[in-house]
Design a binder for this molecule. Structure first.
Ligand code: FES
Ligand SMILES: [Fe+2]
Length: 360
């Protein structure tokens, strides 16, 4: 007789060595969100971020192209830039070597005195970049396949669900620290088996749970559902766009998700793993030109007070439980027909999680 699939062993969520393997491997070999392209409007605008324990920065060149580099000087390794800003050239604060926006070494005090100094051989170390609906993603693996191969069809579908994406700018990004392993948070995001019990506002006032499903699409987990009956919706969803009666989300393994609420309201999740027991979840909301939009603000506040707050308690309790000697991994509830009360997406995630650590 077939045996149920068991949930992943607790050590994957608690062992610092597992976290170390993920940081050096998975996180350095997958597409990670860096910044929004509206933070890099003009040539010379830059933004720094940390991925897989590495400080990186993205910068717009004179040719308008966005590039990303390791944030380290090729002289004696000082950090180059901090935070966000705009610059004509990149100047290292240690000995003032300067780099072009495209990464080539431009000048350095007294370097001409060095016999054989080949300026043209020195360049900042770049990382792969893709712009995806205005979001800048990087991958530290120089041989990484493009995002279209990782997440087939996702870009095209998002363009349909968010036809005004190129006018959208961040309205707010809220940082939510959670005392749990990043995988606990990501798994919780990727099933709605817990929704009816724990998310009454979301289940009764945003989506129609009986239509909810999540299916893999390459390394993307695609959530689809219809909106709640219009008289029960907590906000006005008329947008003039197709798909306004639907909710959909595209979780891009391992740590980013585009969500589109009914009414074509784009919002995002991105996770930054801190250590084996801590993650920070960033909740992003967007509006046309980033202008204050009362509807989106209200929705963001509602979401933070309900779904986000409710999830924090769930994931932190799970992390404590994973540290218990009394826990034996239980069977996942996988319904062959899928649907809201099935944990099949967790099975897919746990397979990817195991492969990332054990290579099998
Ligand atoms: S380390 Fe950057 S100029 Fe010396
Ligand atoms: Fe939840």
């Amino acid at each position: 007789m077939a045996q149920p699939t068991l949930s992943l062993d607790a050590r994957y969520y608690t062992d610092p060595q597992v976290f170390e393997i993920e940081t050096k491997g998975l996180l350095a070999r997958s597409w990670q969100f860096g910044c929004h392209s509206s933070e890099l409007e003009k040539p010379g605008d830059y933004a720094t971020f940390e991925i897989a324990g590495e400080s990186l920065f993205a910068i717009r060149g004179r040719d308008e192209k966005i590039r990303a580099f390791y944030n380290v000087c090729q002289h004696r390794a000082h950090q180059l830039v901090n935070g966000k800003g705009s610059t004509r050239v990149v100047v290292c604060p240690y000995h003032a070597w300067t780099y072009e926006l495209s990464g080539e070494l431009r000048a350095g005090p007294n370097i001409k005195a060095v016999e054989g100094f080949d300026k043209s051989s020195i360049c900042l170390t770049d990382v792969k970049v893709e712009e995806f609906l205005g979001f800048v993603f990087v991958n530290l693996d120089p041989d990484a396949a493009p995002m279209e191969e990782w997440f087939p069809g996702a870009r095209h579908q998002l363009e349909e669900w968010v036809p005004h994406w190129d006018q959208l700018r961040p309205l707010e990004w809220v940082e939510i620290p959670e005392k749990c392993n990043w995988k606990v948070s990501v798994e919780n995001y990727s099933e709605c088996y817990h929704c009816s019990l724990n998310h009454p506002t979301f289940s009764n006032g945003v989506i129609k749970p009986e239509t909810y499903d999540i299916q893999p699409q390459g390394m993307c987990l695609r959530h689809t559902t219809q909106c709640q009956s219009l008289d029960r919706m907590t906000y006005d969803i008329q947008s003039g766009f197709a798909h306004h009666l639907e909710y959909s989300s595209w979780f891009l393994w391992p740590m980013f998700s585009f969500q589109v609420y009914p009414g074509n309201v784009l919002n995002t999740y991105h996770w930054r793993a801190i250590d084996a027991n801590h993650v920070v979840v960033w909740r992003g909301w967007y509006s046309v030109e980033g202008l204050d939009d009362p509807k989106i603000r209200a929705l963001a506040i509602q979401d933070r007070a309900t779904t986000v707050e409710e999830d924090i308690h769930l994931v932190e309790s799970v992390q404590r439980g994973l540290g218990s000697r009394g826990y034996r991994p239980g069977p996942l509830v996988i319904d062959p027909c899928g649907g809201v009360n099935s944990e099949h997406p967790v099975m897919h995630l746990q397979r990817w999680m195991r492969e990332a650590v054990d290579g099998i």
